[in-house]
Design a protein around this ligand. Structure first.
Ligand code: ZN
Length: 133
């Protein structure tokens, strides 16, 4: 894994949180994007070499909706950048980590993504991401 690419934060209302994080970070989000397959609306902020992703649920079946119900707003996932996501998934599976999908999926911000179940990573949902070229 190369570096932390972004940190994902679950929010109830993207618009409200966009202005909050704009004040916090001193810059507006550079992108807003809906990912219908995941039931989320996202926005991305740059922060030095890293990014902050805000996620709002767009349906009650969204994993973000579930998360907000269970735990409320807050840190949702930590995303690590990788060179070869399929290779990394294989490696982590062999190490005993529980992956949430067999194959990488198309995520927000032009990335292939895969998630590791928080029960195998001390309660933190870990995202692997690889830029789609
Ligand atoms: Zn993410």
């Amino acid at each position: 894994m190369k570096k932390i690419e972004h940190i994902g934060i679950a929010v109830k209302n993207l618009e409200t949180s966009n202005s909050l994080f704009e004040k916090l970070l001193g810059s507006a989000p550079y992108k807003e994007e809906e990912v219908p397959t995941e039931g989320v609306k996202t926005s991305f902020f740059r922060n030095g070499p890293n990014k902050i992703e805000l996620l709002e649920a767009t349906s009650t079946t969204s994993p973000i909706h579930q998360f907000l119900e269970n735990r409320g707003e807050g840190l949702h996932h930590v995303a690590f950048e990788v060179d070869d996501i399929e290779e990394e998934m294989k490696r982590l599976k062999a190490e005993g980590f529980v992956l949430l999908s067999e194959k990488p999926k198309k995520g927000a911000d032009n990335k292939w993504v895969a998630f590791i179940h928080p029960k195998s990573t001390n309660g933190i949902l870990v995202e692997l991401c690889q830029e789609i070229k």
